[in-house]
Design a protein around this ligand. Structure first.
Ligand code: HEC
Ligand code: HEC
Ligand code: HEC
Ligand code: HEC
Ligand code: HEC
Length: 362
């Protein structure tokens, strides 16, 4: 049952014909009564109609559409590292979120695989367009109904896809979170800031839909301030102070880590000694009823305890005496399925955050 006079989305094909404007805008008809629509869910499964509706959104909202087409939301199913991971674990569970408009029980048809997380996945709720409330603007009224919901301007708009448990809950005493960005955010010093405040900055009069993190070294580097000191002949101390990051760093997928590395360099520039640590969620794999279960052993990501800095001391041993020590901190994406914190895991991509060299002192 439709609860107001707003145009059902399928009718957008015939737009342009005197449809009611959004509440808070100039309008000949009274605004619809307040209502509460469900927030975006990870698996709406609307099928091919979703792709057709999405194409309509794109035609009218061209700048936003161009940003979205550059985003990992749009590439969430076709992106190569996801495809490699899916080939190892081809679960309906994975498809339900990475191609949310398709039936997860089989490979997504090409059209819905290419759509990924679409405009419709976030904005359509019970056939209505969700918007975030804001002060009346001079922009043209929308030629379609918009339901302005305060929750859509809050982390609730992101929660169902950015916080979820491993699909093997029945085998565990308690379900384990596979991604926990939402709850990390509720405990962070930025709990009062919406995800959109950092991830959808205003550009050219609208909110950016590029959601760029991994392709945006400036943003990744803005998460932390790094300082280093050589304590003595063999040890360096590296301090990572979290800055404007609204959750742990790194957050999101399992296969993210911060590498903290120091190496002593000989006169011929060869490595004389080395020490390395990975800040990440460290899992151990347990066999239960012939299934491999990940158990979280410890979590030493940056920013887990408010604004408290993470301190890493690396001891390079006596071999380092009398040599220069080079150090670095890098954000790395590691390929599935190797252990996240092992030295020989394959690094898919990395962003160096800070580095430096101490001379041959002490
Ligand atoms: C990942 C979820 C997501 C996707 C995908 C998405 N949006 Fe949005 N969009 C939002 C959220 C959340 C807001 C409200 C942000 C705020 O103001 O708090 C928004 C805001 C908007 C606005 C108002 C922006 C402004 O400030 O003028 C428009 C218009 C819009 N989206 C259209 C689209 C279109 C068209 C697409 C696809 C090309 C799209 N969105 C894809 C989540 C999404
Ligand atoms: C026929 C053109 C047209 C189509 C199709 C269309 N829109 Fe719009 N939409 C507009 C115009 C014009 C506005 C008002 C000006 C603005 O905010 O961009 C608007 C406003 C909005 C707003 C409210 C912006 C705000 O915060 O004030 C959202 C959200 C939105 N559209 C999302 C969508 C989504 C999602 C789709 C596809 C399901 C879609 N639109 C399809 C033309 C269109
Ligand atoms: C329908 C599910 C869904 C919703 C709703 C959703 N996301 Fe996502 N998001 C995804 C998926 C899936 C990916 C992973 C794409 C990939 O890398 O394969 C992703 C990736 C991202 C990334 C990573 C980009 C990068 O460069 O690493 C950011 C940032 C992000 N989302 C922010 C948000 C924010 C903020 C919201 C709420 C306004 C939101 N998302 C809502 C499903 C969703
Ligand atoms: C105060 C600003 C801020 C807020 C609020 C914030 N983020 Fe972030 N986010 C960042 C920064 C900075 C990064 C880059 C460092 C990192 O990867 O953690 C980031 C990275 C991410 C990534 C990329 C992870 C990766 O490594 O690919 C995702 C996904 C994400 N944020 C989702 C969210 C969601 C969902 C919310 C709300 C629950 C949120 N963020 C709130 C600043 C913020
Ligand atoms: C409920 C939603 C959801 C489910 C279910 C889900 N993912 Fe994701 N996935 C995400 C989000 C959100 C991100 C983005 C966070 C980030 O970039 O760190 C992501 C990121 C990824 C990435 C990193 C992609 C990149 O761009 O580097 C891979 C790989 C991945 N997922 C594989 C899987 C596999 C395999 C499964 C099934 C075992 C799965 N996902 C299940 C939401 C989901």
């Amino acid at each position: 049952m439709r609860r107001s006079s707003a145009v059902p989305l399928l009718a957008l094909a015939q737009l342009g014909c005197g449809t009611p404007a959004a509440p808070g805008r100039q309008s000949a008809v009274p605004p619809p009564p307040p209502m509460s629509l469900p927030m975006p869910v990870f698996s709406p499964q609307r099928g091919m109609a979703a792709a057709e509706q999405n194409a309509r959104c794109e035609r009218c909202h061209q700048e936003i559409a161009a940003e979205w087409r550059s985003s990992l939301h749009h590439h969430s199913y076709t992106e190569p590292s996801y495809q490699r991971a899916l080939a190892i674990e081809p679960l309906p569970f994975c498809r339900s979120c990475h191609a949310p408009e398709a039936n997860p029980d089989r490979d997504a048809p090409e059209t819905l695989a290419r759509l990924g997380v679409g405009c419709v996945s976030c904005h359509l709720s019970e056939g209505r367009v969700l918007g975030a409330p804001h002060a009346p603007s001079s922009a043209a009224p929308a030629p379609h109904g918009v339901v302005f919901e305060a929750r859509f301007a809050s982390p609730a708009a992101c929660a169902s896809c950015h916080e979820f448990t491993f699909p093997d809950g029945v085998l565990r005493d308690r379900p384990l979170l596979m991604q926990s960005t939402w709850s990390e955010h509720t405990r962070s010093p930025f709990a009062a800031a919406a995800c959109a405040q950092c991830h959808m900055p205003r550009v050219g009069g609208h909110r950016s839909h590029a959601f760029a993190v991994s392709s945006n070294p400036t943003m990744v580097k803005s998460a932390v301030k790094v300082s280093a000191e050589r304590l003595d002949a063999r040890r360096v101390r590296i301090v990572l102070q979290p800055l404007a990051v609204g959750h742990a760093f790194p957050t999101g997928d399992l296969f993210r880590r911060l590498q903290v590395l120091a190496e002593a360099v000989g006169p011929d520039l060869g490595r004389v000694a080395m020490s390395e640590r990975f800040l990440t969620r460290h899992f151990v794999v347990e066999r239960r009823r012939s299934v491999a279960l990940r158990r979280l052993e410890h979590d030493d990501r940056v920013g887990l305890h408010g604004s408290e800095p993470s301190v890493v001391e690396l001891d390079l041993g006596d071999e380092a005496r009398g040599h220069a020590i080079a150090w670095r901190v890098a954000y790395q994406r590691v390929d599935h399925p190797l252990a996240i914190d092992s030295e020989d895991a394959l690094v898919d991509a990395e962003i160096e955050i800070a580095s430096g060299v101490f001379g041959t002192a002490p």
